[in-house]
Design a protein around this ligand. Structure first.
Ligand code: ARG
Length: 263
């Protein structure tokens, strides 16, 4: 449920500081799966150079993607209620704990005006940095009709988020590849538990049996299809649960309005 997103963003700093251990009773990833992102594998920033760390008040908050030398695309639920002065962007780091990255402050935030915390539609924001970063920006999918959103297309998600539901965040950058899930099936699963899946501004990705997903702390980070930024990590019912794929912002659907803020 959407309350998850709010609670998690607020709690993440605590998770990092306290190194909270997975709560008893939390569904474990499927047997035999590596507990990374959830069910993923290590990667490096060289493989996904546009991926940035998005800290708030000096603590891990979300991720994002460099989409122009001084612009970062992230999730609106990561910027809601946060002032630019509290934000810091770090590019070029594989490990969260490294101090080798390029840092930038944020001077301005454009948050999609159609976003609401309750509905999570149009979950995208563009941050303006106080300097250019030197990494190659991501290329965006430009339309909701793009083949990237066809059921079964391979979506690769990367981030430093938790490696299981209620688990610990990852120090090293992780990736996982999951197929785009059928929209109608996903909508039905979420409607059954009272969440409204907006087919226009969202898409789902995951394996039916669960075990592979993005999770808390991955929010705002990239979901690539064929090397293009197709999605932004947005929300889900827990993480990697059977029958509940992860939900991503449909970047193609909002391409026009996003690109109008890339200067
Ligand atoms: N809302 C979460 C965050 O703020 C991301 C949740 C993604 N969930 C999922 N099951 N894919 O970090």
């Amino acid at each position: 449920m959407r309350a998850d997103a709010r609670r998690v963003v607020a709690a993440l700093a605590g998770v990092v500081a306290a190194g909270v251990v997975a709560a008893a009773g939390a569904p474990a990833a499927s047997a035999g799966q590596e507990p990374l992102i959830v069910g993923g594998t290590p990667t490096t920033i060289d493989e996904f150079p546009a991926t940035v760390i998005f800290n708030v008040d000096g603590a891990q908050h979300c991720a994002g993607s460099l989409v122009a030398p001084n612009k970062v695309l992230t999730a609106a639920h990561c910027t809601d209620g946060v002032k630019p002065a509290q934000m810091e962007i770090i590019g070029g780091q594989t490990n969260f704990s490294d101090t080798t990255g390029e840092k930038a402050g944020v001077t301005d935030v454009w948050q999609n005006p159609d976003f609401t915390m309750d509905g999570m539609q149009h979950d995208n924001s563009v941050l303006t940095l106080d300097k250019n970063l030197s990494f190659k920006p991501a290329t965006l999918v430009q339309s909701a009709d793009d083949p990237a959103y066809q059921t079964g297309a391979d979506v690769t998600v990367v981030g430093w988020g938790t490696t299981s539901e209620n688990g610990d965040v990852s120090d090293g950058l992780l990736k996982v590849t999951v197929p785009v899930a059928d929209n109608a099936t996903c909508a039905e699963a979420y409607e059954k538990i009272g969440d409204n899946f907006d087919k226009a501004s969202m898409f789902c990705a995951g394996v039916p049996e669960g075990g592979k997903d993005s999770c808390q702390g991955d929010s705002g980070g990239p979901a690539y299809v064929d090397g293009k930024l197709a999605g932004i990590v947005s929300w889900g019912q827990g993480c990697a649960r059977e029958g509940f794929p992860g939900v991503y912002t449909n970047v193609g659907n909002d391409y026009q309005v996003i690109s109008s803020h890339l200067g």
